[in-house]
Design a protein around this ligand. Structure first.
Ligand SMILES: NC(=O)C1=CN([C@@H]2O[C@H](COP(=O)(O)OP(=O)(O)OC[C@H]3O[C@@H](n4cnc5c(N)ncnc54)[C@H](O)[C@@H]3O)[C@@H](O)[C@H]2O)[C@@H](O)CC1
Ligand SMILES: Nc1ncnc2c1ncn2[C@@H]1O[C@H](COP(=O)(O)OP(=O)(O)O)[C@@H](O)[C@H]1O
Ligand SMILES: [K+]
Length: 462
């Protein structure tokens, strides 16, 4: 599991460690790790042109000490301070003693730029003095962010105004949620973790890795039959949107349930494409309700919610949901909104949800007593309490009509196969993202091709 910790948690762990170590030892660990990554990126350190953008706090200190290490190995290192009056004294002395220099402006050329403007002490968008330095980063230089890209909120991934766009981020002690969640994640490039010896409690966010997904996938055994593997019911589609029913069923058939039951007005379209589908009501181990329902179908949604089995509610099924009804359900509910639907569920604007995705997904889980999966460029999954799951797979090509229908069918199928709602949602998003990458591979994607690529994504995890 890749885990991420809030600033508060990291600071507490740092305080505990600092108390036990000689002064400055932690910063030296950070700087040594940072310099080693930079040296690897440069290949030849001797003669390389390195520029340090140095802020007024310890993040700038890290950059200066790492710069000193590179200067000792023959790099030409130039530091530019955001505020020359407030520069890390020890770091600056180390750099100058190693042959580096302090300049007034950003040099026009550089092989590597170290962004040490702000780290976990950053608040809000970059101030003008910092933003002005970021604007002058020479084109063609490899940009390495120290701890996190300056301008990205460490706890939430929010970016207010200017922010550094790094090729590599070298982060210390622990991943911060902002490195896993967009828009911050897309500013971080490749993230490298340097161990500085922190002991950490429960994380605020986590991302499943391949091996964990593999262990969660439902696999039939000798004693399995189609009912024991689980039946998933799909209530989807309308005369206006029959395709949503077909796509939801396409995902459900590939999610590990033993059978898929379809209920709704698009049975002919579903059967024409998937003759494997059972038609009409009957016992199921989980329901998916909502894709392509259109309006005026609240009674069917209510009927599904009254069945005491896990229910995934998506798309039109999310309209006008009553938190009290969901909280009163004896079985788990999983909500899978995109930002617009989440906004309606929370009584907020779409912009507010997009700007604060972590807070929004947590708020949904708490308000509705459900597991919430917030779709988007990084899909997040939250249960009330516990770390938020961040989905590490996917591609922007997923932003295509019908891809969410495939996800809801797939995830409902995993629910029916016996995964709990948090795992079903995280594994569903993971496989969906992998399948989409395979299906797209650099070209526009049809939602049905995500479903077609699901078996391959699944096989990647034997
Ligand atoms: N505490 C520790 O033991 C360690 C800290 N380390 C480094 O220290 C960093 C944290 O250092 P600090 O607490 O000094 O904080 P930072 O260096 O991250 O930032 C604080 C400074 O930046 C300014 N600032 C805040 N928001 C700004 C904005 N939006 N625009 C421009 N300037 C802004 C503040 O006025 C303050 O002077 C970590 O990110 C990491 O790089 C590492 O050396 C590892 C050990
Ligand atoms: N920019 C993006 N990058 C990656 N994935 C995205 C992006 N935009 C949307 N997605 C994904 O695409 C899917 C879209 O689902 P949804 O909005 O429900 O579409 P639809 O209702 O047309 O099926 C979700 O899985 C979502 O996470
Ligand atoms: K930084």
């Amino acid at each position: 599991m890749r885990t991420a910790y809030s600033v508060e948690t990291v600071r507490a762990a740092e305080r505990e460690l600092i108390a036990r170590l000689p002064e400055g030892a932690l910063m030296q660990r950070a700087a040594a790790g940072l310099a080693a990554v930079c040296a690897g990126l440069l290949r030849k350190v001797y003669g390389a042109r390195v520029v340090l953008l140095v802020g007024p706090g310890d993040n700038g200190g890290d950059a200066l000490y790492a710069g000193a290490r590179l200067a000792r190995r023959g790099a030409g290192v130039t530091a530019v301070a955001m505020d020359p009056e407030r520069i890390h004294g020890g770091g600056l002395r180390a750099l100058l003693a190693a042959g580096g220099r302090l300049a007034d402006g950003v040099p026009a050329r550089a092989d590597l730029v170290l962004d040490g403007l702000v780290g976990i002490g950053g608040r809000g968008g970059l101030r003008p003095a910092a933003a002005a330095l970021v604007e002058r980063i020479p084109a063609g230089a490899v940009v390495v962010a120290v701890d996190l890209p300056s301008g990205v909120d460490a706890d939430t991934g929010e970016v207010a105004g200017a922010a550094v766009r790094a090729d590599v981020t070298v982060t210390f002690g622990a991943y911060k949620p902002g490195l896993l969640i967009d828009p911050g994640a897309s500013r971080a490039g490749v993230v490298r973790l340097v161990d500085i010896g922190l002991s950490l409690p429960e994380p605020e966010a986590e991302a499943l890795q391949d091996a964990e997904v593999a262990a969660l996938l439902p696999v039939p055994t000798a004693s399995s039959d189609k009912y024991r593997r689980g039946v998933v019911g799909v209530v989807a589609g309308s005369s206006q949107y029959p395709g949503a029913a077909v796509l939801a069923v396409s995902g459900a058939l590939r999610g590990g349930a033993g059978a898929v039951r379809y209920v709704g007005p698009a049975a002919d379209a579903v059967l024409a494409r998937y003759p494997e589908t059972l038609i009409g009501r009957g016992r199921v181990q989980a329901w998916v309700v909502g894709p392509g329902l259109g309006s005026g179908r609240a009674a069917e949604v209510a009927e599904v919610l009254a069945d005491p089995v896990p229910v995934l509610v998506d798309a039109d099924g999310l309209r006008g949901l009553d938190p009290e009804v969901l909280r009163g359900r004896p079985a788990p509910t999983l909500l899978t909104p995109h930002a617009g639907e989440a906004a309606a569920l929370l009584g907020a604007s779409r912009q507010e949800v997009e700007a604060a995705r972590l807070t929004s997904v947590r708020a949904l889980a708490v308000k509705y007593g459900a597991v919430a999966l917030l779709k988007g460029s990084t899909t997040l999954v939250a249960a009330a309490g516990g770390p938020v799951r961040v989905n590490p797979t996917g591609t922007p090509w997923l932003a295509t009509a019908g891809s969410g229908d495939v996800l809801s069918g797939l995830t409902g199928s995993l629910l029916a196969a016996g995964l709990d709602a948090l795992d079903a949602a995280s594994v569903g998003a993971y496989l969906h993202g992998l399948a989409a990458r395979r299906a797209a591979s650099g070209a526009p994607l049809l939602a049905q091709h995500i479903a077609d690529s699901l078996p391959e994504a699944w096989r990647q995890h034997p």
